[in-house]
Design a protein around this ligand. Structure first.
Ligand code: SDX
Length: 425
């Protein structure tokens, strides 16, 4: 079926349709350059599909998010992070036996090699934990090198999912000069992370259930989001046949950027700045609208959502509930809610369809749990791991996969002759 026709000078290309099951279908332009001599120009790939995928679907206009067809609201209400991880990676909700086995494997691979503890000694206490996370994930490939064994990828996916939370918790302990706390096999995935973060050798530590539930939900809400910047980075690196650890380490680095996963840290820093400035949030809404002012309302806007991010809607409700359950009163929550209300009623934000995204409220919950601000993007990465792994696996299994090597529109000098130094003006 022809999706569209390109007519360039005397050349015609009838481009086939790449049909979706839901949402945008695509126009197959793989013959465009050979048939017309032209390439497409689409900075940021806002109109370009890099692949066909069955993992996650987003309808940005309606604020819909589905993981393997299941609405995020239903998974947030009923599921566990490890169950959602299984769903994203293998495509179906696990049977009870599959879930038991998957969780058991994750539990028994949570420890990192004792020698990896030495890596932490080289970092300054001020090292940003995202730098440590990406370096340590890449370094997992030195302990688990690719051998081509058929079950190898499966085991390395488990190792990565299991060990990343240990690396993250150890990075935190290193930053505060406390001893590493080893994982406890009887604890759930979120509880084990919180134990390794907050337990100390001197006394017993019970993970508060409300914190475990809050983290379980945060991890589910961050688990995947189709072809976002960091997932696309994982796919780009994977397309060269780099190993899983190298590909995901690249994704961690892409996520670190303040326009992407780094936004959750920037939101809190923004709210603290506004709070220090007399909570004058209206001034900052005006600054965000000023083209000559680089200030942006962090946690607002999205490439795909032109409606309320469904994850932000869930997190907004949860923020109030968690703070109340923990008996925490955070003035930044009240400030965030007032900021949101003013922005959502401002013509600038309405016209540009700028709504709160997943990062706007998540930081307030991490704060309430006791996670330090510079660990917020690490928390995003821990949540996104199943998505990155699922996309890596899907790309490896996709017969259409080719190494990523985009074209360009060259605007530099045409050919010119070399000028010896003595003859330059
Ligand atoms: C995540 O892609 C994903 O799915 C990402 C993510 C995931 O789960 O993986 O959802 C996670 O990264 C969420 C986004 C977190 N980032 C932020 O909150 C940073 C603040 N937001 C923006 O910088 C921006 O909205 C982006 C980066 C999120 C989207 O950028 P786009 O799609 O390139 O949009 P744009 O920068 O072209 O903005 C369109 C217009 C511009 O005005 P004009 O040039 O048209 O006049 O909207 C304005 C922008 O100036 N705008 C904002 C704004 N975001 C966009 N103005 C003020 N404040 C903002 N936050």
């Amino acid at each position: 079926m022809v999706a569209g026709r390109f007519e360039v000078n005397d050349k015609i290309l009838d481009a086939p349709l790449v049909e979706s099951t839901v949402g945008d279908s695509g126009i197959d332009i793989r013959k465009l350059r050979n048939e017309t001599g032209l390439v497409t120009y689409d900075p940021g790939f806002a109109n370009t599909a890099s692949c066909r995928s069955a993992i996650t679907y987003i309808n940005g206009e309606e604020g819909v998010l589905l993981y393997r067809g299941y609405p995020i609201e239903q998974l947030a209400e009923n599921s566990r992070f490890t169950e959602v991880a299984y769903l994203l990676i293998y495509g179906e909700l696990p049977t009870p036996e599959q879930q038991r086995r998957f969780s058991e494997r994750l539990t028994y691979h949570t420890m990192i090699h004792e020698d990896m503890k030495k890596f932490f000694e080289g970092y300054p206490p001020t090292a940003h934990p995202m730098a440590i996370l990406s370096a340590m994930i890449a370094s997992l490939s030195t302990y688990y090198p690719e051998t081509g064994h058929p079950q190898e990828l499966e085991l390395n996916m488990i190792r990565l999912l299991a060990k990343a939370k240990t690396i993250a918790a150890f990075a935190y302990k290193k930053s505060i000069g406390q001893p590493f706390m080893y994982p406890q096999n009887h604890l759930s995935y979120p509880a084990n992370f919180l134990y390794m973060m907050f337990a100390v050798p001197a006394e017993p530590y019970e993970v508060p259930p409300v914190m475990e539930e809050a983290l379980n939900l945060l991890l589910i809400l961050h688990a995947d989001h189709e072809q976002n910047c960091s997932t696309s980075t994982v796919r780009a690196v994977a397309s060269s046949e780099a190993n899983l650890f190298a590909s995901v380490a690249a994704g961690v680095n892409a996520l670190w950027g303040p326009l992407h996963g780094g936004a959750n840290q920037k939101v809190i820093e923004m709210l603290e700045m506004i709070q220090r400035d007399g909570a004058n949030y209206k001034k900052y809404v005006e600054r965000a609208k000023d083209k000559d002012d680089p200030f942006r309302l962090m946690g607002f806007g999205h490439r795909v959502y032109k409606n309320y991010d469904p994850r932000a809607r869930i997190l907004k409700k949860m923020a109030e509930r968690v703070l109340n359950s923990l008996g925490v009163s955070d003035p930044l929550l009240d400030l965030a809610q007032r900021l949101e209300e003013v922005a959502l009623n401002d013509p600038y934000f309405i016209e540009k369809k700028l709504y709160p995204n997943v990062d706007f409220y998540s930081g307030l919950i991490y704060r309430a749990i006791g996670i330090p601000t510079d660990m917020f993007t690490v928390m995003f990465a821990l949540g996104r791991l199943p998505g990155w792994i699922a996309h890596y696996k899907e790309l490896k299994e996709d017969p259409d996969t080719r190494i990523w090597r985009p074209r360009q529109v060259y605007i530099g000098h045409p050919k010119r002759e070399y000028v010896p130094a003595g003859k330059r003006g």
